[in-house]
Design a protein around this ligand. Structure first.
Ligand SMILES: NC(=O)C1=CN([C@@H]2O[C@H](COP(=O)(O)OP(=O)(O)OC[C@H]3O[C@@H](n4cnc5c(N)ncnc54)[C@H](OP(=O)(O)O)[C@@H]3O)[C@@H](O)[C@H]2O)C=CC1
Ligand SMILES: O=C(O)[C@H](O)CS(=O)(=O)O
Length: 486
């Protein structure tokens, strides 16, 4: 079982209107450890009725929460942040147990998730309006910002802490209330976040967590007119469906969806730095992130040297249970994830690719998979067009800057992109030429609370984090004051 310092962080009930509740029918969902297959806990299998009650609670709580001053909300968010950091170890243990990532990565996610609460505790006090020079002397033009209302979020299993705080923090900072449906495979982190919200003194109904039937809960969150803003992180397929479900009530929608990140190594790159950046970008969370390097393009003059260095680095990754010291790659989330990686490897080999590291299920069994490097990859392979979402690094060779920009942009996705180069002219040309929401230049890690995280094309809508991330949780109101000259 889980060895927590604070056993109160492990909850097996949902948090609605300040109460910890079972499903109306008592049904539950088992939460299993992907590394061992053991059942860690169960959570309620809630549906429409419970979700409706959660939305009604959020609607009532919003009326008072919005009346608090920005500073009062800021103080409560800061307490929430302080509590998350004080319980970083326990939250990381819960996260590794239900999601599988190595404990060091889980601790990093807790700090990353908490940083959004810290950031928006500060931003709460800086939601400025405008006084605009009037076009006529009898008028004054004023713009104020007000919280949009009750918000709903549906979040994924790959970052079960940070994907919730990245939505809840700006929402609550702006004066909104929220109902969250976490992924069924990783609900414990969400419920622990709710424990700490309660302890921080965030009023009942302001932050609610509902677990259970995705379609039933999601149908209510997207269909109810109580919800004024809907935020989703997950697959493009589901995001497209949920956005369509929001259309009937004209909700404001933000979507963080799939990616297909190019990682480009030019011949003027610092090769050792490029290897380091490619390794962390590709294999963080066993490749299960939407910003992972999905295609690695290496210029012909440095291709062999990079491939040799990178293969050695890939072979140094340690696969195992994320709770064990020294492990740098945990299990994949489930067997479907393993099958996707196997499909992409088999397709690449069938079309001429060569496996130079890994290539198959790990000897540990279950959903453990060998970190894999395939060379000689070409644009006709599945891995060039589909998000692998697993520990497979495909290497493509290219000759010119123009050629690789064409390859990099030849996708319906536009989330993250990366390149290593040192020539200033190339840096500007490639940064401006990449059709992505985010560009990592000489780095493989781009995510932080100060930056606007998000994509273009079919990778999503809106931005999370930074000063931009709170704008999705406010409405702009224009006040036209007449008769000023009377
Ligand atoms: N952009 C990103 O960060 C992520 C991208 N992905 C991509 O998505 C693929 C599949 O992963 P998966 O976890 O299945 O992603 P999904 O998009 O299926 O799940 C993400 C969230 O959406 C919920 N959901 C699924 N179907 C519905 C529905 N009909 N109505 C309401 N909510 C729904 C899930 O609930 P439940 O868990 O209960 O099914 C979960 O909370 C991955 O292989 C990857 O390519 C996945 C995760 C994150
Ligand atoms: O959804 C994801 O994969 C995360 O947004 C990636 S990150 O923000 O942790 O980099």
């Amino acid at each position: 079982m889980l060895n927590l310092k604070d056993a109160g962080l492990l909850r097996q009930q949902c948090y609605i209107n300040g109460e910890w509740l079972d499903a109306d029918n008592g049904e539950t969902i088992a939460v299993t450890n992907p590394a061992t297959g053991e059942v860690l806990a169960t959570v309620p299998k809630m549906g429409v009725a419970e979700t409706r009650r959660a939305l009604q609670a959020a609607e009532q709580a919003f009326k008072q929460w919005r009346k608090k001053t920005a500073k009062e909300r800021s103080v409560l968010l800061r307490k929430w942040y302080d509590l998350m950091m004080a319980h970083q170890d326990d939250l990381a243990t819960l996260l590794t147990a239900e999601q599988g990532k190595p404990l060091a990565e889980a601790k990093g996610e807790i700090a990353y998730g908490a940083s959004y609460i810290e950031w928006y505790a500060e931003e709460a006090k800086r939601l400025y309006g405008d006084v605009i020079p009037q076009p006529a002397n009898d008028k004054r033009v004023v713009v104020i910002k007000q919280p949009i209302g009750v918000c709903a979020a549906v979040t994924p299993w790959n970052f079960p802490n940070a994907m919730i705080t990245r939505k809840a923090a700006p929402a609550l900072a702006a004066g909104c209330s929220m109902v969250v449906k976490p992924a069924s495979q990783t609900p414990l982190s969400a419920l622990a976040i709710a424990v700490l919200a309660e302890r921080a003194g965030i009023p009942a109904g302001v932050f609610n967590v509902v677990t259970g039937s995705a379609a039933a809960i999601g149908g209510e969150l997207t269909g109810s007119d109580i919800v004024k803003k809907f935020s989703f992180t997950g697959s493009t397929e589901i995001g497209r469906q949920l956005a369509a479900q929001c259309a009937n009530t004209i909700k404001k929608v933000s979507l963080e969806l799939g990616g297909n990140a190019p990682f480009i190594v030019f011949d003027d790159a610092d090769l050792d730095a490029a290897v380091e950046g490619a390794l962390i970008s590709k294999f963080r969370n066993a490749g299960q992130t939407c910003v992972c390097a999905n295609r690695i393009y290496v210029q012909a003059g440095v291709y062999d040297a990079f491939a040799e260095k990178f293969a050695a680095a890939v072979n140094r990754l340690q696969v195992g249970n994320g709770m064990e010291a020294g492990i740098t790659q945990g299990p994949l989330i489930d067997q479907n994830a393993v099958l996707k990686v196997e499909e992409h490897i088999a397709d690449a080999i069938a079309k001429g690719g060569k496996v130079v590291a890994g290539g198959k299920r790990h000897a540990l069994g279950g959903s453990f998979f060998e970190p894999t490097l395939v060379t000689g990859v070409t644009a006709d392979m599945k891995v060039a067009r589909e998000e692998t979402f697993g520990p497979l690094a495909p290497l493509f060779r290219f000759e010119t800057e123009e050629e690789v920009l064409g390859y990099a942009n030849d996708t319906e996705f536009g989330l993250a992109s990366y390149f290593y180069a040192r020539d200033i002219g190339r840096i500007w040309r490639v940064s401006e030429g990449l059709e992505y929401g985010m560009v990592g230049l000489n780095t493989g890690i781009i995510s932080n609370e100060a930056a606007p995280f998000g994509g273009v094309k079919q990778s999503g809508l809106g931005r999370e984090g930074s000063k931009y991330g709170i704008e999705d949780y406010v409405e702009i109101k224009y006040l036209c004051m007449g008769g000023i000259d009377r």
